[in-house]
Design a protein around this ligand. Sequence first.
Ligand code: TRP
Ligand code: ZN
Length: 879
Amino acid sequence: MSDNNPAMTYLKDYQAPAFELESVDLVVRLYEEGALVSSTLRVQRIQGGQADEPLRLHGEDLELRSLRLDGRELAAAEFQQDAESLTLHRVPDRFVLSCDTWIKPQENKRLEGLYRSRQMFCTQCEAEGFRRITYYLDRPDVMSVFRTRIEADRAQYPILLSNGNPVESGDLPDGRHFVTWHDPFRKPSYLFALVAGDLHCQRDRFTTQSGRSIDLRIYVDHQNADKCDFALAALKRAMRWDEEVYGREYDLDIFMIVAVDDFNMGAMENKGLNIFNSSCVLAKQEATTDAGFERIEAIVAHEYFHNWSGNRVTCRDWFQLSLKEGFTVFRDAEYSADMGSRTVKRIEDVSVLRTAQFAEDAGPMSHPVRPASYLEISNFYTLTIYEKGAEVVRMLYTLLGPELFRRGSDLYFERHDGQAVTTDDFVAAMAEVSGRDLTQFKRWYDQSGTPEVRVKASYDAKAQRYTLQFTQSCPPTPGQPEKLPFVIPIRLALFDAAGTALPLSVADGAREWVYELSETTGILHFEAVAAQPVPSLLRMFSAPVKLYFDYSDDELLFLLQHDTDGFNRWEMQQRLSQRMLEQLVSDVQAGRPLEVPERFIAVMRSILADASLDDAMVSKLLVLPTEQYLIEQAQEADVDAIHRAREFARQTLAQALRADLPQVYQRCQHPEEDNSLTQEAVAHRALKNAVLGLWSAAPDAQFYEVCEAQFRTAGTMTDQYGALAAMVNASDRAKAQATLDAFYEQWQQDQQVLEQWFSVQSASAHHSDLAYIKQLMQHPAFEFTNPNKLRSVLGAFCNQNLVNFHADDGSAYAFLADQIIRLDKLNPQIASRLTTPLTRGRKFGTKRKALMRAQLQRIADQPSLSKDVRELVSKSLGY
Ligand code: TRP
Ligand code: ZN
């Protein structure tokens, strides 16, 4: 993409706004045919601003009905309009601008701005949706106080919600009514929200640390009235945690959550009125898996935490998106770690980072945590902004330690409350409280790509000195051929042969230490080391890098058994498995006979018997590295060989552990702890289902008996779904189909469960080829305009069912391209997200790469294409 492409937005071009908005008054009249939006803006030229600076308001797909300046209707010649803006060339320093626009929420399938989801009206304004509601200075550094009056038919829309506090309500002629809301906190337009519908309301209260009583409400469709309890309880836990850990108290008197079925992302932190994708908030034990509960808890917390990290202190511009997202993901991850198992949470987050984020960082869309340019900002709600951004904040936490980090956070919130700021401001607060120079650290915000760290060890027995040598590098990424060294915190320990962590001479005898690698190379000498130790490096994954150290199998095994860092125990198991699988892959490719070493089987057997491991950990250790991870790790991935190798290993293990698996399964059957969500019960279910998952690779009669019994008698969705998933991935297709049918029969009324039903099939290489996916898309429960359904069928197929998606005739690529072209006309954000799998061509060999390119080219050749898809496609083709 050329540097002077006018459609691109550049960080270097940032200019402060020329006008400010003292207040915004909105009246939104909702009708079946459309909505009439009347806005009244009190506009003021910024102090010292140029008197001839025009006022340019954003606006898209709006029908302008009236425009008045200080009460006088403006003639068409007095302003200029194009597809994206409205410009007033000569305006006074201070004036009132009133504007009526007509919009059509019913036809809005983009799900940006004001739209309809089933029977309700709702909004999504981040990042640039507000400009689809009315003409406005739709940028996060323009903040104002909003008053919003909503008018609608009382019978169809008894509930009318917006941000802040309700201040007035009443009846209107023709069976209509109104409610007026006032939000006392200045906010940018992306945090505006409005909801109208016939909704069930579940209420609760929360008393803050200073004794204020907050009115909590969840609004859902009446049919989901029994799915609110969990999110409400999670919300209260999150509110308490933010007070205790960050000293942050809620500010308004009312906090509302609304569940919406058609939603582009997970949820949205609108001030006082969070809007959630139904699948990220609705839950009950019979219908929600434990993983589902965990996800809901994390997202409820995430959106709530935004009230401070995002709303009270917001972003100056969208290049600073990770200021709020990286920090808030870090906050919600710590919250989840405190609520459950810290190690397991870390394993899950690192798995996502190392498969999906590392892949993004190695592809054509690779960008820094603070990007320098974008064509369409919606494309930058990425794993890099969110997950890598959170890793960058975590590294600051690691470098400063908990106390200083908290002081930095306090300073940041205090200094910037009510402001729109940058990631530099965040880092400056951390630098100030710690007295550290974080200039070099900030390269994490500006350099893209995944750094690689190579470590070499040597031991001098005579001098009793152990030496570690570090080298860092970072591969070139688009626009960044060369990188400067990063500051990389490497948490480490050394173990002696007895499995004891040694006192470290470099750390005054402490047994664990964080080494800061800040040059291209670094060297550490450990003195008084009596015998060659085994190093445990990058403990708890202390930096988002690829670390290479040439461990012997014995050393990996040793750390798997003895490391005191739970994350690294798992990591060593992953490394052992990866080594074994890579050998199998090359055997597949060379046509050699396949074999899983006895030794590896023995390791798995000993994990099952290891009393020092808790069940949740064992459930993680039972799963071999995923195909996605193996692909990311490979220079060039042979998908078919990887699939065959991994399946062969699973099958061999399942057969070899034929006697062990049922025993472990039995051990985890605890009828007395029934269906509770205690950590123990969750861990038992996780292990039981991980056992079924492995067993499904070599299913025998007993396997089917166990699955069928578990499916029939399950008291939780975790158990019912676990049995279903195991059967779908086992060899007996007829049994799988019968179970899928029974599941559908039982759950066809429940949208959240149906999404699971779709995705378990679509993701299964065993069960679903392209023809089957096409059939699923014809199923009456499938809806092409609903993002969740698209994600659970097309998304699951393209991202998880890899052998079928990458079928070497390219048929699935062509099919996906067809869907993208069709969807782009309806919902560009989701069309763009679905394009991602086609941008990963470089990994899959020349033939597949060419097939993917041909489809990207076909998409690019479409006469009209959204900015969203165009940006992905052109960056991939130019790569
Ligand atoms: N800010 C939201 C979050 O992090 C996510 C979000 C961004 C979003 N853009 C969106 C949600 C568009 C829905 C639609 O939680
Ligand atoms: Zn967020």
